[in-house]
Design a protein around this ligand. Structure first.
Ligand code: GDP
Ligand code: MG
Length: 262
């Protein structure tokens, strides 16, 4: 039991979640190791299984996904990977460069767009990000794109509040397509441990996050943090990043993930 408890805590799921799980184990009166493990796996799976059902029918094209998260978590990289997947499956993809706070951010996104064979809508550095997002969605409609991916900043250098800026981007998108953005995907870095949880709360309170992507799971992080985030926020984990290359993105598989934990 002690070994299990240690395993849970060191998997980065957070002391609180680990304790709750251990309490469930002891009240279940199960003591045989394999049974305890499979009991724990089921409990963790229940936490990870998405609470919100996917919509039966896909929204009319273009589907708009707004990508948010703090600096360095892997927003731009994940956009590149998602764009490449979508174009490979025959979709027409347009990327909106609404992280306008560094010229380098726009250039980085241009490289990914080219690699993924996706269109890009960009303005000058320091342009109004909401205007970029609006133009990107407008262009996507005009060009009959299937998917729009909106990149955003993770930190602002001025006094403008990041969350207010992101809300403005969200409003600008819905001015063009009323039920868009169809997805607000929060990118979390698995190596940041419990920090990711407070980030998730912040972004969710401000924007209403609809899905998560957990990056850098190829590093040492065991990603138990995702259990803690799913437990606290009830937001489905959709993707995991397992490297810096274009193919290093996977749809999250809860069963495989839980098997890897033990
Ligand atoms: P952004 O600031 O959120 O846009 O983050 P970037 O997309 O620029 O990524 C920041 C750094 O993390 C870059 O060096 C990426 O190559 C790296 N990165 C992103 N995703 C992953 C991942 O899944 N695994 C690893 N090892 N590195 C990643
Ligand atoms: Mg970026």
């Amino acid at each position: 039991m002690e070994e299990l408890e240690e395993l849970l805590i060191t998997s980065d799921m957070g002391v609180q979640t680990a304790m709750t799980l251990m309490e469930k184990v002891s009240s279940s009166k199960i003591s045989e190791v394999d049974q305890v493990k499979s009991f724990l796996k089921d409990e963790i799976l229940a936490i990870l299984e998405p609470r919100t059902a996917e919509p039966e029918t896909a929204p009319p094209a273009p589907r708009v996904v707004m990508i948010v998260g703090v600096n360095g978590t892997g927003k731009t990289t994940t956009i590149g990977k998602l764009a490449a997947r979508a174009t490979a499956s025959g979709e027409k993809v347009l990327i909106g460069a609404a992280d306008t706070f560094r010229a380098a951010a726009i250039e980085q996104l241009m490289i990914w767009a080219e690699r993924a064979d996706a269109d890009i809508v960009k303005h000058m550095e320091m342009a109004d990000p909401a205007a970029v997002a609006f133009d990107a969605v407008a262009a996507a409609k005009a060009r009959n794109a299937d998917l729009v991916l909106i990149d955003t900043a993770g930190r602002l250098h001025t006094k403008i509040n990041l969350m207010e800026e992101l809300k403005k981007i969200k409003r600008a998108i819905s001015k063009k397509i009323p039920d868009a953005p169809h997805e607000i995907l929060l990118i979390l870095d698995a190596t940041t441990g419990q920090n990711a949880l407070s980030q998730a709360e912040l972004f969710n309170d401000a924007l209403g996050v609809t899905g998560l992507a957990l990056t850098k799971l190829d590093g040492t992080a065991k990603g138990g943090i995702v259990i803690s985030v799913c437990n606290a926020l009830k937001i489905p984990l959709k993707y995991i990043g397992i490297g810096e290359k274009v193919e290093d993105l996977q749809e999250f598989n809860a069963v495989e993930f839980v098997d890897a934990l033990f």
